[in-house]
Structures are given as structure tokens and as C-alpha cells.
Design a protein around this ligand. Structure first.
Ligand code: GLY
Ligand code: MN
Ligand code: MN
Length: 357
């Protein structure tokens, strides 16, 4: 779908409560228009699309979205320029993203002589179902991640610090075209791995320990996300047992993930395996989430999510068991839901990986 089509889809979802919609979230602006800079606002009326930016992005905006929107390069202030266009278009009620920053909301409430109407998830709902262009970006981001992980497995060794491992992985991804890491790369060794979102430390990797590696690449603005927990040397019986429980939980959840199923049922399928194994209290986060221009998008595969899975949605499936003092194991793979099954985005095998030391 091209950007003009996305904007017309958005117009079709307008209600009578407002005549125009203001888009301030950078990722929503990028989704609708293709503009990828840091200063951009879209005013979408029923007839017109107007884009506001400043001098820094004049050239970029013409190149990226010149055929989608009328571009206004504001000089004095964004609020002034917006005000003028809102008046010109005779808008009395203006839809805004419910997620708008409070300081912006307060400023615009004062500045614009219109009623601001917060709308929840208007653009985000469209973003839940990805099109072919988005799939292509996501596939590329996941390929970069898979290939970089394979390269990391050739160099990772005892004695390396977690920070060094992260630096290697991020370098390998960047060399393959990743625009950024998807999020702060997690390299958690030994007991550090019991923290689901451990921060990288200067701890040195040791033989006979696990390393939890959670990372992603970004391509075309789209994020990949994958976790592997590898073992340095020959895995212990305890590691194998817990790894297999997590893997079985993941397998059951993947079997449950299909068009029409309620999201929380997929979470429940994994949670049952882990609870039955006696580790229910040690799996304290949701099973997974959607991703795209953000690394975490709705809907989620969690206990509370009653949305239904639909074709074109993407989900991570990432059960984990975390035992403070010992460590934690998470396995995370990502899938696109298709009408007749799943497309696996992560191609790195998820079987237990023991690194020769
Ligand atoms: N590290 C982010 C996630 O896996 O959700
Ligand atoms: Mn992850
Ligand atoms: Mn994730």
C-alpha cells in the first residue's frame, strides 16, 4: 500500500466528532507519509494533507513526501503555522492522538481556537495489519539479525565482557545495513540472566554458564526482535531441563497462534506448560507482542489481551523462566500470521546451542 492509500484509509476511519486529525507521533507520521525525520507533524483534513517541518528537514521532506502532502516549512513556530491552517480549513473540532505529549496538548489547547478531541489508536489500529512493503522491511531486519547472530557465535568466548559481546553484535548488524539496534541490546551472562531485561554489564563470560542474548536490527524503520539463550561449554542437566520446558511452552504457543484466536489464549497455552512444570511464578511477563515501526506494538499476547489474532499481524513468542541466583532462559521468535498458517521471521534455529570453548 502506498502512503496516499494509507492516508485515505485513515480518512475512512474518521468519525463525525472531528473534521480533521493531527498526527504528532513520529512513527505514525512515518507510517502515513513516509517521512522519517525527527520534526514532522501531519494535519489530515477530509480533503487535504498538510505536513509541517522546519528548515532542517526541508530537502528531506520534499524528497520523501513531496507527492503525498503539501509541505509547510514553519519559521516562527509550529503552533502558529498549524493555527493558520486550522483556521483556513474552518475546523471546529480537531482529532488528536490520545498519546499526545501533555506539554503539547496544553500548548495546543491554549493556542488553537478549536475543540481538541482525543482519539485512541486511530493510526495504531491501521498499523496492526502489515502490508507487503512493511513485510519486506521486516524480513530484511530479521535477516540482518540472523546473520549477525551467526557471526557472533563464531567469536563469542569465555573472558569477553558482556559489553564487548554487545559491541560485536551491534557492529555486525550495522555492517549489514541495520540503522540502529532495535533497543538496548541485552547480553546477560550467568546469574545476570535471571533479570528479564538485564542491562549490559562489564561482567566477563565464564565457561559453564548461560548467556541470554536479546537484540534486534532496524531496517526501513522496522524492528526485529529475537532472543537466544546459549550455553558456554556442555550444558548442565538443570539448564537442559529448563531450556526444554521453555521450548515446549514456545512450541505450544506457536501451535495456538492462528487467525481468529483470542490473544490471551496463546499466552495461556505457553503459561500452562511452565506452570505445570512448577515454574509459573518464574514467568512474570507476557508471552509476546506485535512489532513494526515500534519494537513493541499492539496487540500483545498477554493474560489481559482480548483482541483477536488476524492475518497480517506479527507476533513475538517469548516465554521465559527466571530463577534469581541461578539465571534465566528465554527463547524468542517472531511470526507473521497468514490466513493458512504462520510465516517464521526468525530463521536462527531455536534448539539448545552449546558453544565449544
Ligand atoms: N527486549 C524486548 C523484548 O523482547 O520485548
Ligand atoms: Mn526481545
Ligand atoms: Mn520481544
Amino acid at each position: 500500500m502506498n502512503h496516499a492509500q494509507r492516508i485515505s484509509q485513515l480518512r475512512n476511519s474518521f468519525t463525525d466528532n472531528y473534521q480533521a486529525f493531527l498526527v504528532t507521533s513520529p512513527n505514525n507520521v512515518q507510517y502515513l507519509s513516509g517521512f522519517s525525520g525527527s520534526c514532522g507533524t501531519l494535519l489530515i483534513t477530509r480533503q487535504h494533507t498538510i505536513f509541517f517541518t522546519d528548515f532542517r528537514y526541508k530537502e528531506q521532506s520534499v524528497a520523501q513526501i513531496g507527492n503525498v502532502a503539501r509541505i509547510v516549512v514553519f519559521k516562527k513556530s509550529l503552533a502558529d503555522s498549524l493555527s493558520k491552517e486550522i483556521k483556513k480549513a474552518k475546523i471546529t473540532d480537531l482529532g488528536i492522538e490520545k498519546s499526545m505529549r501533555l506539554n503539547l496538548f496544553l500548548a495546543y489547547s491554549e493556542h488553537f481556537k478549536v475543540q481538541l478531541v482525543p482519539v485512541d489508536g486511530l493510526v495504531e489500529n491501521l498499523r496492526q495489519i502489515k502490508d507487503a512493503d512493511e513485510l519486506a522491511c521486516l524480513k530484511k531486519a530479521f535477516r540482518i539479525a540472523d546473520d549477525s547472530f551467526a557471526e557472533l557465535m563464531k567469536v563469542i568466548k569465555p573472558g569477553m565482557r558482556e559489553t564487548e559481546v554487545a559491541a560485536h553484535l551491534e557492529f555486525f548488524m550495522k555492517m549489514r545495513g541495520s540503522e540502529d539496534p532495535s533497543f538496548a541490546t541485552i547480553i546477560a551472562s550467568g546469574p545476570n540472566s535471571s533479570r528479564p531485561h538485564a542491562q549490559v554489564s562489564s561482567r566477563k563470560l565464564k565457561v559453564g554458564e548461560m548467556v541470554k542474548i536479546d537484540f534486534g536490527a532496524v531496517f526501513g524503520g522496522y524492528h526485529s526482535d529475537m532472543t537466544r539463550t546459549v550455553f558456554l561449554g556442555k550444558a548442565t542437566a538443570k539448564f537442559k531441563k529448563i531450556y526444554n520446558t521453555v521450548l515446549q511452552a514456545q512450541t505450544k504457543a506457536i501451535e495456538a497462534l492462528k487467525v481468529g484466536v483470542v490473544c490471551r489464549k496463546v499466552d495461556a497455552a505457553a503459561r500452562k506448560i511452565i506452570s505445570d512444570a512448577g515454574y509459573g511464578e518464574n514467568f512474570g511477563h507476557g508471552l509476546g507482542h506485535s512489532l513494526g515501526l515500534d519494537v513493541h506494538e499492539a496487540p500483545s499476547l498477554s493474560k489481559r489481551c482480548v483482541d483477536k489474532v488476524a492475518a497480517g499481524m506479527f507476533f513475538t513468542v517469548e516465554p521465559g523462566i527466571y530463577l534469581p541466583g541461578w539465571g534465566g532462559i528465554r527463547i524468542e521468535d517472531t511470526f507473521m500470521v497468514q490466513p493458512n498458517g504462520l510465516l517464521r521471521l526468525t530463521l536462527t534455529p531455536n534448539r539448545l546451542l552449546e558453544i565449544d570453548v
